[in-house]
Design a protein around this ligand. Structure first.
Ligand code: PEP
Ligand code: MN
Length: 336
């Protein structure tokens, strides 16, 4: 349930309510707005408890949250902006995250970082730990790749996001990158979600290959429950009967999540389609549907990429993407 304090409530009123809720065994999460404070109380509630809390001085109302996700819900918070260095997700700007599927070499990564920066990208992506469908495919450079990401970030000033696939690597990945990514295949790896929640770093949580919107938000709830509200959701396509594209991009998920949650939402048209010719049209559509950002794969020579070459754009194509989304960004009253 959420307890909405009245704008006149003082710190003493707040403390009394919090003390009582703690006595009753609730886990508490505070959201201090400009006008008023909201307490998220997670635990077993009864109508008696609701009425007794409503009787406290300074309490305006007590609202049960009926959805299974509580802290991720719109009822609990109106809007969350996620800050990663100079970049804000959920603000006026559409954040473009670009980079190779996998970090391969210093030259590959630095050339990409420099060029995407020139074209106006806000963040660099690149996998050092690659969760590949086949165990025989390139698995990533691991710590060596993380070091290259750090170098590219230091040189260009672009914050980096990279995937962490194993709970025991969370600390390591967090020392090299400004933002952690949980990939589609790990969306319901609850140990990993908890660990990432505790790391206190901003997170991109990709939608699972066959996850419903509710399951996705429940995964976000795991991270937030650890006290980390810095979660950005990423729609990256879901598995359907269609095989012409790698996945099916669920465009409706973007406005749907915005109705249900306060978290920023971005879209990854590269993994959603698996084909670079479809990246621009879907990037435009995602922006028009209200996405707060885009994640796209860019490689200096996609034809030699060690992973996801067919969906990776070269530099000229990335320039075309930025030009091509620009009128759509403007039409949405936003900026690049
Ligand atoms: C990625 O972004 O590198 C990736 C593996 O994507 P996904 O988890 O969406 O498949
Ligand atoms: Mn990829």
């Amino acid at each position: 349930m959420i307890i909405v304090m009245s704008p006149q409530a003082g710190p003493k009123d707040l403390r009394k309510v919090k003390d009582r809720l703690q006595e009753l065994g609730f886990g508490l999460h505070l959201s201090a707005g400009v006008e008023r404070t909201i307490i998220g109380a997670i635990g077993e509630k009864t109508p008696e408890i609701i009425h007794s809390i409503e009787a406290f001085e300074g309490v305006e109302k007590v609202v049960p949250i009926l959805k299974p996700f509580k802290l991720a819900s719109k009822e609990f918070r109106e809007k969350t902006c996620v800050q990663v260095g100079p970049v804000t997700f959920g603000g006026e700007r559409i954040v473009v995250i670009a980079g190779p599927c996998a970090v391969e070499t210093e030259e590959q990564l630095l050339a990409t970082a420099r060029r995407i920066k020139t074209e106006g990208a806000g963040m660099l992506r690149g996998g050092a730990f690659k969760p590949r469908t086949s165990p025989y495919s390139f698995q990533g450079l691991e710590e060596e790749g993380l070091k290259l990401l750090q170098t590219a970030s230091a040189e260009t000033g672009l914050p980096v996001v990279t995937e962490v696939v194993n709970p025991r690597d969370v600390e390591l990945v967090a020392t090299y990158s400004q933002m952690l990514q949980i990939g589609a295949r790990n969306m319901q790896n609850f140990t990993l979600l908890r660990e990432v929640g505790q790391a206190g770093k901003p997170v991109i949580l990709k939608r699972g290959l066959a996850a419903t919107a509710e399951e996705w938000l429940m995964a976000a709830e795991y991270i937030i429950k650890e006290g980390n509200y810095q979660v950005v959701l990423c729609e990256r396509g879901i598995r359907t009967f269609e095989t012409a594209t790698r996945n099916t991009m669920d465009l409706s998920a973007i406005p749907l999540i915005k109705e249900l949650s306060h978290l920023p939402v971005i879209a990854d048209p590269s993994h959603a389609t698996g084909r670079k010719s479809l990246v621009l049209p879907l990037a435009r559509a995602a922006v028009a549907a209200g996405a707060d950002g885009l994640m796209v794969e860019v490689h200096p020579t996609p034809e030699t990429a060690l992973s996801d070459g067919p969906q990776s754009m070269n530099f000229t194509e990335f320039n075309g993407l930025i030009q091509g989304i620009s009128p759509f960004v403007q039409a949405m009253g936003r900026k690049l």
